[in-house]
Structures are given as C-alpha cells and as structure tokens.
Write a protein that binds this ligand. Structure first.
Ligand SMILES: [Zn+2]
Length: 84
C-alpha cells in the first residue's frame, strides 16, 4: 500500500510582533466590544483579543495592561485625525 507522501508545505506564520505592527492596523470596521464605536485599541489575551474604543480603553486601561499579552494602541491615530 502506497501512501501519499506529497503534503502541502505549510509554514506557520512567524509572529514577530516586535518590529512589525503594520498588519495589526485597526480599521473603521473594527468596533469596540463594549459600545460599538470605532475601535482604537486592540488587546490580546493569549489567543483571543478584544477591541476598545478610546473611551472604554481609558476606562479599562489599568486592568487590561495587567492581563493583556499584547496591546495595540492606535489612539495616536485618533489624535492625528482630530487635529485636522
Ligand atoms: Zn466603547
């Protein structure tokens, strides 16, 4: 009996979050999990993540920063936009 040894070569994406945050850019389609407003912060908790608007991230920042594994804070984009 012959077994098919041809397997699709699959290389899991290497997570090098340290230097490449570009792929985690939040868009207008990303909504705060609390209120549905546009999300500006994405917090990762292991394999899951939550989105926060600026308002709710301010509210939960202390808790989130303690338990989140990674935080993408795009509030600086919000400030840049509001200046224009
Ligand atoms: Zn919110």
């Amino acid at each position: 009996m012959t077994e098919e040894t041809e397997t699709v070569s699959y290389e899991p994406p290497v997570e090098d979050d340290e230097c490449d945050h570009e792929e985690n850019t939040l868009t207008m389609n990303d909504r705060c999990d609390n209120c549905g407003a546009q999300a500006y912060v994405q917090a990762f908790f292991g394999e899951s993540s939550l989105l926060f608007c600026a308002h709710h991230y301010n509210e939960y920042e202390e808790k989130i920063s303690k338990i989140a594994t990674t935080i993408f804070d795009k509030r600086s984009d919000l400030l840049e936009q509001s200046r224009r």
